[in-house]
Design a protein around this ligand. Structure first.
Ligand code: 13P
Length: 247
């Protein structure tokens, strides 16, 4: 099963549901639809209404983040995994580089993953190196640390997806060279197999994925889908990614 996950970041108002409606219509008619799932993570403000609307349709709704406490707490503006679940979220991203740069460290992230899983959310755990780490050839060791500090063998691997998003690639139009990406992806899967006893959770790629480059990634069989930012704000661009991937 492949995944096409659209991360809207700080984008979207109630009527933006039209974008998802068009994608849902495409999906329901697509001859390849049994091969992939579509998930969208709109901002918190839209999760409840979108989840209700898409309840019996094909698009799954998730959250872009969650707070590291289980149910209720006195943290202003925080939203817990429990609260997200009750408004219909099925997934949550954890560890997006935007949130790591705002202070989410390994300890916090581990709490988030654990609590999200406990509240029956599927976790899309994001990892990735920055430009300096890449330049200093630290990519593989950075990724290893990010994975082993947070993912625990006691977590249910069936509810975890890992997304590799090199920070230097997010929103820049730059993507990794295919041979480098292949090496990185194999490295990540090897670590995941070690943590989870042989079976690795699905591994997505994210960073400047668009309709033009989607086909290139087909060559790397170990990539199980994509986490898509900018191009997920347009139904046409998002659909183009799926079409070109299966062409
Ligand atoms: P872009 O697709 O805009 O590069 O964003 C990737 C991303 O951060 C998705 O979470």
């Amino acid at each position: 099963m492949k995944y096409f996950i659209g991360n809207w970041k700080m984008f979207g108002i109630p009527k933006s549901i039209n974008i998802l409606n068009k994608i849902n219509s495409f999906y329901t008619k697509d001859k390849n639809r049994s091969k992939y799932k579509v998930v969208f993570t709109p901002p918190y403000t839209l999760i409840q209404s979108y989840s209700r609307y898409f309840k019996k349709k094909k698009i799954n709704i998730g959250s872009q983040n969650c707070y590291q406490k289980d149910k209720f707490s006195s943290n202003t503006a925080a939203v817990s995994p429990y609260m997200l679940r009750t408004v219909g979220a099925k997934y949550t991203l954890v560890g997006h580089s935007d949130n790591r740069s705002e202070g989410d460290n390994d300890t916090i992230l581990k709490n988030k993953v654990e609590l999200a899983l406990r509240n029956k959310l599927k976790v899309v755990f994001c990892i990735g190196e920055n430009k300096i780490q890449k330049r200093n050839k630290k990519t593989l060791s950075v990724l290893k640390r990010q994975l082993t500090k947070v993912l625990d063998k006691k977590f249910n691997k069936n509810n975890i997806i890992v997304a590799y998003e090199p920070i230097w690639s997010i929103g820049t139009g730059k993507i990794p060279k295919l041979n480098e990406l292949n090496k990185t992806v194999l490295h990540i899967k090897k670590i995941l197999k070690k943590i989870f006893r042989k079976k690795s959770p699905p591994l997505l790629y994210g960073g400047s994925v668009d309709g033009k480059n989607a086909g290139i990634f087909k060559e790397i069989k170990e990539i199980d889908g994509f986490l898509i930012g900018g191009a997920s704000k347009s139904s046409k661009k998002f659909i183009d990614i799926i079409k070109n991937y299966y062409r």
